[in-house]
Design a protein around this ligand. Structure first.
Ligand SMILES: Nc1ncnc2c1ncn2[C@@H]1O[C@H](COP(=O)(O)OP(=O)(O)OP(=O)(O)O)[C@@H](O)[C@H]1O
Length: 303
């Protein structure tokens, strides 16, 4: 039996549209499933925990939503051994990108039915798990400002979701002040006098395809870090296009680190988002949780 958790509101209603296609395909093929529409992280967690502790044998859990919806399932799936299949219906979809999962619903269904379960690491912050990346500082503020903005709704409605983030960058530059930051990476201390952002990644991209840690691998037991510091607003703005291609790592104001246990602290409390969701405020300790989850990826010889 397959279990599906559907966030109908993900991606501005895309969750419901994707689920309609999946359910039609499942019924046509006579594949047994159970599903639930959820409207909050807490509801999804309670439902999933309850269903996973039942007598039923679950072949996989399918999630229909964006990275935030996937995030809500991590506590129940973590160390359960039950693989997760991703049906992209969000605006960013960095999980699908990071694991090479196709965006098209029909192809994603083939991954659920015939894909290869692989183990992946999670990032643990204060007992909370994150799958893709933690964004701390400026990038987290951009995401938060965009999420509560009117321009996000307008941009999504006209199919220009990315434009909302570009507006969000300029909007956040008006208020955000860079400041001192201390990073401890596996016992080695780093100090940055004027830090803008810190990304702690499990997969290479965040923010809908920004390749902030281009060498990050989700199954290596290690977290990749990118700290952007000691640069002007203009340099920060010029950095963003280069991040699309992971070409920012060579700049002197970008420091790349790798480690299993990372502490980030700052005199000015900085917001930390995990998978695009609020998870903490600095000081934070982030550690790798190796092989904590199973994800279904396309089988190697095509699907
Ligand atoms: N299981 C869930 N069911 C319903 N709503 C959820 C669930 N988990 C989280 N949410 C809420 O729905 C919001 C949107 O979901 P999600 O992040 O998956 O979609 P998105 O923002 O469109 O895509 P992305 O995160 O890929 O940019 C989340 O920020 C959260 O507030």
């Amino acid at each position: 039996m397959y279990l599906f958790i559907v966030n109908p509101n993900a991606g501005h209603g895309e969750g419901r549209r994707v689920w309609n296609k999946i359910s039609k395909l499942l019924r046509r093929r006579g594949i047994p499933y159970e599903h639930a529409f959820t409207d909050s992280r807490e509801q999804a967690h309670t439902f999933l925990q309850d269903r996973l502790s039942s007598q039923e044998t679950w072949k996989a859990v399918g999630v229909v939503g964006g990275d935030g919806t996937i995030h809500s399932l991590l506590p129940a799936l973590r160390h359960s051994g039950i693989p997760l299949a991703v049906f992209s219906a969000g605006s960013g979809n960095d999980t699908a990108r990071g694991f090479g999962i196709p965006r098209r619903t029909r192809a994603a269904l083939e991954v659920l039915l015939h894909g290869l379960p692989v183990t992946a690491d999670l990032i643990t912050v204060a007992d909370r798990s994150t799958l893709t990346a933690l964004a701390i500082g400026f990038d987290a503020e951009v995401a938060r400002n965009v999420n509560i903005s009117r321009y996000k709704k307008i941009c999504n409605a006209v199919g220009l979701g990315r434009l909302a983030y570009i507006i969000g960058i300029f909007h956040t530059l008006l208020t955000f002040r860079p400041g001192p930051l201390n990073v401890d990476c596996d016992g080695i201390a780093y100090r940055f006098e004027s830090a803008w952002l810190t990304a702690i990644n499990n997969v290479d991209s965040y923010g809908g395809g920004l390749s902030i840690c281009p060498d990050a691998k989700p199954d290596d037991g290690v977290l990749d870090l990118c700290v952007v510091h000691d640069c002007s607003k203009l340099k920060l703005l010029l950095l963003f296009p280069t991040v699309l291609f992971g070409a920012h790592t060579k700049f002197s104001f970008v420091t790349m680190l790798r480690g299993r246990n990372i502490t980030v602290s700052s005199p000015i409390p900085r917001l930390a988002l995990g998978d695009g969701e609020d998870v903490a405020v600095t000081p934070i300790n982030a550690s790798a949780d190796p092989g904590a989850i199973h994800i279904l990826r396309p089988a190697p010889h095509g699907i």
